[in-house]
Design a binder for this molecule. Structure first.
Ligand SMILES: [Zn+2]
Length: 216
């Protein structure tokens, strides 16, 4: 009888096991390998904003302007806010040319930038470009913050994390200005748009601040 019960238990276990709930992700994965909540917030805000506003490949290429022997012109190298923003811009830029199954060739949702915003983004004046990048990213962060419907404490905690990342970015900018990373990799190479500026367009956007210009 005992052996019959044991056999029954084993049979049940064998049959039931495949249908047992499987954890969606490994416990250590919760840490997302260093990708904290604020980093992912920045990434998803920008990604969602790009799709919702429907920026063109040319618009994104302009934001990701890169000249010879320089890092991305409008960003600060190794700034955590800039990095997560760049990841989303690069990922959006690499999307397929069209959504599967649609006859019309479209690969984004929004109508694209208004003519006025487009003109400002393509201005020869870097300050005007930074101002529009700041406004776009700020609106994307605000959009996601609203859609997450965080409670007051959660919102406060996320805002704090974003502020800390902005501080880190500002420290990076100052260290490039002081050439702490060696001659040849100072502010002109590692943060080309910020030679005369002390605040970053997307770092300011992350904490709801407009672009601060003319700090010579
Ligand atoms: Zn930055």
């Amino acid at each position: 009888m005992k052996s019959q019960i044991l056999c029954l238990a084993l049979c049940v276990a064998t049959v039931v096991a495949p249908f047992a709930p499987v954890p969606l992700r490994a416990a250590e994965d919760v840490q997302r390998k260093g990708m904290d909540e604020a980093t992912r917030f920045i990434f998803y805000s920008v990604m969602e904003g790009l799709y919702e506003d429907g920026l063109s490949k040319e618009d994104v290429a302009q934001i990701l302007m890169k000249r010879e022997k320089e890092t991305y012109f409008h960003f600060i190298y190794a700034c955590p806010v800039c990095n997560a923003t760049i990841w989303a811009l690069e990922a959006y830029q690499a999307r397929p040319d069209g959504f599967y199954g649609l006859k019309e060739a479209r690969s984004t949702f929004g109508p694209g930038l208004s003519p006025a915003v487009h003109e400002q983004l393509f201005s020869k004046d870097a300050a005007k470009r930074l101002t529009v990048i700041n406004s776009l990213v700020k609106s994307w962060m605000e959009r996601r913050m609203k859609s997450l419907r965080l409670n007051a404490d959660e919102r406060k905690a996320l805002t704090k994390q974003l502020e800390l990342k902005r501080e880190e970015g500002m420290k990076m900018l100052e260290s490039f200005r002081k050439e702490e990373h060696g001659a040849g990799f100072g502010v002109a190479q590692a943060a080309p748009a910020y030679v005369d500026l002390k605040e970053c367009a997307v770092c300011n956007a992350a904490v709801g601040k407009p672009m601060k210009l003319l700090e010579r």
